[in-house]
Write a protein that binds this ligand. Sequence first.
Ligand code: HEM
Length: 150
Amino acid sequence: MKKIIHRTAAVTATLCIAVFFSSSVLVELFGSQESIAMVKNLIVMRGLFILVPAIAATGGTGFALGENRKGRLVEGKKKRMPFIGANGLLVLLPAAIILDQWAAAGSFDMKFYVVQGFELVAGATNLTLMGKNMRDGLRMSGRLRGKKPK
Ligand code: HEM
């Protein structure tokens, strides 16, 4: 059961970050200011209510599953998780909220794009770390062949 929750939450959280990232890039490159504001609002008012519990559930179930396991793969996952959480809470969450407010006010100036830049870098970092955790999880559960789990 724990494993099913872990897998579902992990995939949900990773997909959320990927969708927020790509929809932000696409709408800012090709969309109107109104559509940018709409996407930014959807991320905060809908998306975060899915992403935040999904990340919390992934971390919680992950540490429970990894409690008695030893080895390089599980240690790597344990080390990455605090970075994923801190990046989410300290960069992605505040950036999403402030960008939504600025976009709603039509304030697309330099500071909007600076914060947007930070958000994209933090999002790409989390996607990379989450992708590595996914790869190592799949190796541990034997679904992905690679270096033998210890
Ligand atoms: C965002 C972070 C994480 C992602 C994206 C992630 C992803 C995954 C995925 C996709 C699996 C394979 C599940 C399956 O085959 O059914 C898995 C398994 C696993 N994960 Fe994670 N995980 C994350 C965080 C963690 C953390 C922090 C730990 C703590 C050490 C952890 C421990 C485990 C363990 C032990 C398994 C193997 C379960 C088994 O086969 O018995 N995960 N993870």
